[in-house]
Ligand binder design. Structure first.
Ligand code: SAM
Length: 373
């Protein structure tokens, strides 16, 4: 039996920033606001079935729902935790503009991991209010909140990947990079999209630097994930039937991404359990469509055994434009090939006793390859 579920809650699709690349595109114009009753019901049907519940607040910009909304939601979760022994882990993805003292303190109180979207020294390329957001992140850090930065990399910033890494190290801010994808606004802003091979060259170079960087005290999430890539292991095995979203209209959707809005799964008041949503005919139709795309896309892909079409599925929920799907597959396939090549070299090194040169994370991830005397 599966005990975990990942819920995405989108209180609004409205946003107070105009990021040039936003995958939500025109959806950001919607002003609907999610009502608390639907949120409580959504959480109730998750609690009736699962013990570990991950909740991501997303949007649009989730801070626009205001302090009182979250105060109620977190208090409700805490009440259910106490009553039923369920464990909630909350994540909050925000552009940071409205993170004031009260909200930060509330997020700290409930141990929420705050994902702040900010692109380091090249933030001005895609976003606004750079200086102000830096001061907000410094405040979040000073208060001791759990946070990490989501740093989107575009055609204009990827040549400076190493500088970006050093900038985050210097700031002592954990981070993750999000290579820009041709979705929503970015689909039209073609100059933002990267030349995949050139980006991969930079990415591989930086990975080679990171694996032996013993001064890196921050979590570089992207590379920590890469360090776990192996040729014989599927990289993201659990995805289908493990995620579900509640949108601002109070209805349930498969993943809470732009394209799965075409596959509404109904109201949380019409079901007793989340798993009923996975039996919904629209959920099955979405899976069917994704598999049809995968048949075409994955036929000659040399990363199929690692990916098992998850790359296609993950991009399909953002949009069904075949050109974008091909771009994203090419990117994922390139990343797998480049990183697995480096990981093979690490394995070889570790087997011949050269584990000492690597950073602690690599040592830990590859220690099973040490040949025991
Ligand atoms: C869409 S925003 C929504 C939540 C919130 N408003 C924020 O700014 O974090 C979530 C994240 O998706 C990233 N993102 C949006 N469009 C993207 C794209 N086309 N390619 C890659 N990442 C993208 C953003 O940079 C941001 O880090």
């Amino acid at each position: 039996m599966v005990h975990e579920i990942a819920l995405t809650i989108k209180p609004t699709m409205a946003c107070n920033m105009r990021c040039k690349h936003c995958f939500n595109g025109t959806l950001l114009k919607s002003t609907k606001q999610l009502d608390l009753k639907s949120v409580f019901r959504f959480i109730d049907i998750a609690v009736s079935e699962f013990k570990d519940i991950k909740v991501t607040f997303h949007g649009g910009e989730p801070t626009l729902a205001g302090y009182d909304f979250y105060k109620e939601v977190f208090a409700y979760e805490a009440k259910l935790s106490k009553k039923y022994g369920v464990v909630f882990s909350n994540l909050f993805t925000t552009n940071g503009l409205l993170l004031d003292d009260n909200l930060i303190d509330l997020l700290i109180k409930y141990n929420v991991l705050i994902n702040i979207s900010f692109d380091g020294p090249y933030n001005d390329i895609l976003r606004q209010n750079t200086k102000y957001i830096i001061s907000i992140i410094e405040k979040v850090q000073k208060k001791g909140a759990r946070f990490r930065i989501f740093c989107t990399i575009s055609a204009q910033s990827f040549p400076y990947l190493k500088e970006i890494y050093n900038w985050f190290k210097n700031k002592e801010w954990d981070f993750k990079i999000l290579p820009i994808e041709p979705r929503g606004c970015a689909e039209k802003n073609y100059d933002l999209l990267m030349d995949i091979e050139k980006f991969l060259d930079e990415l591989e170079n930086l990975y080679r630097i990171w694996i032996v960087d013993n001064d890196c005290k921050i979590k570089f999430y992207t590379f920590q994930e890469f360090a776990k890539l192996r040729r014989n292991i599927q990289f993201k095995p659990y995805w289908i039937n493990r995620e579900i979203a509640l949108n601002p209209d109070g209805l349930i959707y498969p993943f809470g991404r732009p394209n799965d809005m075409n596959f509404c799964l109904g109201s949380p008041f019409d079901v007793e359990k989340i798993s009923e949503c996975f039996c919904n005919k629209n959920y099955k139709q979405l899976l069917f469509n994704m598999k049809e795309y995968a048949k075409e896309q994955c036929r000659n892909c040399d990363s199929f055994h690692i990916c098992r079409s998850v790359c296609v599925y993950m991009s399909y929920v953002y949009g069904d434009n075949s050109e974008s799907l091909r771009y994203e597959c090419k990117m994922s396939n390139g990343i797998f090939n480049r990183i697995l090549k480096v990981n093979d070299e690490i394995i070889k090194d570790v087997r011949s006793g050269n584990i000492g040169i690597y950073n602690d994370f690599i040592k830990e991830s590859f220690k099973s390859f040490l040949i025991k005397e």
